[in-house]
Design a protein around this ligand. Structure first.
Ligand code: ATP
Length: 306
């Protein structure tokens, strides 16, 4: 009996391992499946950018049939200007950026860039035109040089260094023993939140997109790092059509347009001053955030997520 037990037990271990791998493969297919319905139309054209005016026209959207996420969302970002979106957690802010990349198709309405409906242009040309500085930058297990050049795979060494300098991360890279060849990511050097965002900024500068999405981190960096990054972003956003998904209202007070999203609907829009004067949802959010900041920057929840 004992002679049989050992091999059977061993087979059990292998079976569990295989089952686990299959589960992973299944997950991978599920992920791939998510975007399967989004395909280029047969005669899709490459996006022709003029000024990159962005338009959401009466957009309805749901990820799943039974739960609508966006309702009649309608706004324009004039070419070269910045629009910020604010709203409680789950109101649909990040969904706007996913739709702009056309990771999903919408149920009603249209999204267009310079008058070209996203459904009629090639996805490759669309994604080339948009740069994103995400909340939490994922770094590849590769060199820091590779991670920056990811924005433009054929970039020269000079271009990469120039982008790193403009993102104020060059000196940090040079101080590492292996410089630009330092390995980063899960298996390499762990970078801080601010350093990772600088890599993302360098990547975006190199890509030089006409449209920029900045998904502000919910957890604030320390305030000096935060201010430096904000200043850089302002620099990058200059003359680009920019969508900021904002959590701290203080960072977007000078946006040309602010949209307030509530449960998937735009409930207010205007400049910071106009919205304060309206004394509505935005003004309330602003007062709450100001009150929290007076208590102290380390107090929990200094954003609008609750
Ligand atoms: P936060 O400020 O927390 O980042 P948000 O305003 O960006 O929130 P979204 O990420 O746009 O919110 O999500 C809007 C709604 O859509 C949420 O209720 C969320 O649960 C739902 N949602 C997001 N992604 C998916 C998905 N892939 N499938 C189904 N529902 C989703």
């Amino acid at each position: 009996m004992i002679q049989l037990y050992v091999p059977l037990n061993f087979l059990g271990v292998i079976y569990r391992e295989i089952k686990q791998s299959l589960a992973d493969i299944e997950r991978l297919f599920k992920l791939l499946d998510q975007h399967r319905e989004v395909a280029d139309v047969p005669n899709a054209k490459p996006l022709a950018i003029q000024g990159a005016e962005l338009r959401f026209s009466h957009v309805d959207f749901s990820y799943e049939a039974k739960r609508q996420i966006l309702f009649d969302v309608d706004f324009t970002i004039p070419a070269g200007t910045t629009t910020a979106v604010v709203g409680h957690s789950g109101s649909g802010k990040s969904t706007l950026s996913r739709l702009l990349f056309r990771f999903y198709d919408i149920n009603a309405g249209s999204i267009s860039i310079d008058g070209q409906d996203l459904r009629n242009i090639t996805q490759v040309s669309l994604r080339k035109a948009i740069g994103i500085v995400p909340q939490d930058t994922v770094l590849f297990n590769d060199t820091i040089e590779y991670n920056i050049a990811y924005g433009k795979p054929d970039a020269s060494r000079e271009e990469i260094v120039a982008a790193a300098k403009a993102a104020y991360i060059h000196d940090f890279i040079e101080s590492l023993p292996d410089g630009y060849q330092s390995m980063v990511g899960e298996r390499g050097l762990k970078l801080s939140g601010g350093e990772k965002q600088r890599v993302a900024i360098a990547r975006t500068l190199l890509k030089n997109p006409a449209i920029l999405i900045f998904d502000e981190a919910t957890s604030a960096l320390d305030s000096r790092a935060e201010q430096a990054i904000q200043a850089q972003l302002k620099e990058i956003a200059k003359d680009r059509t920019t969508l900021v998904i904002a959590h701290r209202l203080s960072t977007i007070a000078d946006a040309a347009q602010i949209l307030v999203l509530d449960h998937g609907r735009i409930v207010e829009r205007g400049t910071h001053a106009q919205l304060l004067a309206q004394n509505g949802a935005y003004a309330q959010m602003w007062d709450r955030q100001q009150a929290r900041q007076e208590i102290g920057p380390s107090s929990p929840g200094t954003n609008d997520r609750d």
